[in-house]
Design a protein around this ligand. Structure first.
Ligand code: HEM
Length: 445
């Protein structure tokens, strides 16, 4: 068959499908499989080929030479993360992945878990019964702190740490704004937002350079990511350059903080709406933790906690839109696409197909009694797949499990009456704020 897949209905002249994708992106994406396995949508004049079938998702994810990183979203992320692991093209990827893999080696995870448990303790010690909490802001704070602490260990004094977090925040906010406003010339105007963005970028470069100089001078392995980035050598004995280190630091910060926070927030929201599951989870964490903070050794016993997180990843995958660009003419689902075509995949689409997940909108952690490895390929992809699969999957799973178990061991969170969960398109996920009330279940032990 020739052609470029069926076009989704509802395109407007000039805008194409920008309105439904902008206003109700998740509903719009979930509606696409009704129109075929490969569905064409248009944003303004630009056509996108949306993968609606798990086999196609798998086919595209495993062939990262033909379906390379590219498209508008990656171009934007590149303005901050440069040519880091998540954004670099296929030709640079193998070398980078091989060099960075040791940072996520099994042996290092207990070290990271220790930092996680101590930061979770610090967060929970600040909570008070009856307090109104914006859960998303709180989880963003936790994951940003954890990303910074695991990247740079305890090497930073508090003032530097606070400024670094602020710079990361300003840089990210600037990037989000650029994503929503596609007119590039706006980025060069001397507006307060643009100035903050540029200042944050400059300061970050300065900090990373200063830290790497310090680390190099002392030569100590701090058990953090930066120590690994400095120690790794490629086959020719070459170390990462200063620019490469900067790009990786940013990539890991972005990957580490923009994803786990919405995952934890959605999990707490779903638990509040499903009291039966929450009671069972309370029973699990009471039995395993008895009110203390979870640590690395508790992970195997936290089985329902793990399944709650898997089901949350299915319903609300934090990364919900990714693009690839074809590097040669291809045939996909019987349709011929020229080189340079933009292919779009969203875990949200396949995760909400009723033929693959019966009653797909129902929150049911018991779907996950079997290992996820037994699922057909391309069906469950919250961490992507193939060579570009998330390098932080295990790290994130540990972080989310320790946090969710520790929070629910001590606190019960409920949505505030009348308060609305706000949804808005973001780089990852759609949650913008999640006000909840706190009730103490157990005091700290
Ligand atoms: C719940 C948490 C997380 C989710 C749902 C998630 C999701 C993803 C997804 C879907 C991809 C593939 C993107 C694509 O196909 O274009 C990815 C890649 C990546 N993630 Fe994560 N991620 C999470 C946590 C993390 C953490 C904690 C880190 C770092 C510490 C991280 C670092 C990365 C990196 C560096 C890549 C690029 C991998 C490569 O191309 O080789 N992620 N992530």
């Amino acid at each position: 068959m020739t052609g470029r897949g069926r076009t989704a209905p509802g395109a407007l002249p000039v805008l194409g499908h920008a309105l439904p994708l902008g206003r109700r992106p998740l509903d719009f994406l979930a509606s696409l499989p009704a129109h075929g396995d490969l569905v064409r949508i248009k944003l303004g004049p630009v056509p996108f080929h949306v993968l609606c079938d798990p086999d196609l998702v798998h086919q595209v994810l495993v062939d990262d030479r033909t379906y390379d990183k590219g498209g508008a979203i990656f171009d934007l992320v590149r303005t901050l993360a440069g040519n880091g692991l998540a954004t670099c093209p296929h030709r640079d990827h193998r070398r980078q992945r091989r060099l960075l893999q040791p940072a996520f080696h099994r042996d290092r995870l207990p070290l990271y878990a220790e930092v996680m448990s101590s930061e979770i303790t610090a967060m929970l010690d600040g909570w008070r019964p009856g307090r109104r909490l914006d859960v998303l802001a709180e989880m963003n704070g936790l994951t940003a702190t954890l990303a910074t602490r695991t990247l740079f260990a305890a090497h930073l004094d508090d003032a530097t740490f606070a400024e670094l977090r602020q710079c990361m925040h300003d840089a990210l906010t600037g990037m989000m704004r650029r994503m929503i406003l596609p007119w590039r010339w706006l980025n060069h105007l001397p507006t307060p937002g643009n100035r903050r963005f540029e200042r944050a970028r400059r300061r970050l470069r300065h900090y990373v350079a200063r830290l790497t100089t310090d680390y190099r001078r002392t030569g100590v392995d701090h058990g953090d990511l930066l120590s690994i980035l400095l120690a790794v050598r490629d086959d020719d004995g070459r170390a990462l350059t200063e620019a490469e280190i900067h790009d990786q630091v940013f990539t890991f910060y972005l990957g580490g903080s923009e994803t786990t926070a919405p995952l934890l927030s959605w999990a707490l929201y779903l638990l509040a709406r499903n009291p039966g599951v929450r009671e069972r989870l309370h029973a699990e964490v009471d039995a395993v933790l008895g009110g203390r903070i979870a640590g690395h050794d508790d992970l195997p016993a936290l089985d329902l906690t793990r399944r709650v997180l898997l089901e949350t990843l299915r319903l609300y995958p934090p990364g919900w839109l990714f693009t690839r660009v074809t590097t040669r003419p291809v045939e996909l689902a019987g349709h011929r696409l020229p080189a340079g075509s933009v292919v779009l995949y969203s875990p949200h689409i396949v995760h909400h197909r009723a033929d693959l997940f019966p009653d797909p909108e129902r929150f049911d952690p018991d779907r996950w009694r079997d290992d996820t490895d037994r699922l057909p390929r391309g069906v469950f992809t919250p961490f992507g797949g193939g060579a570009r699969k998330c390098i932080g999957e295990v790290f994130a799973t540990i972080e989310a499990t320790l946090a969710l178990a520790s929070i629910t061991a001590r606190w019960q969170l409920d949505p505030l009456p009348g308060a609305r969960t706000r949804l808005a398109p973001r780089l990852s996920s759609h949650l913008r704020s999640l006000p909840m009330s706190l009730r103490e279940r157990r005091t700290a032990v």
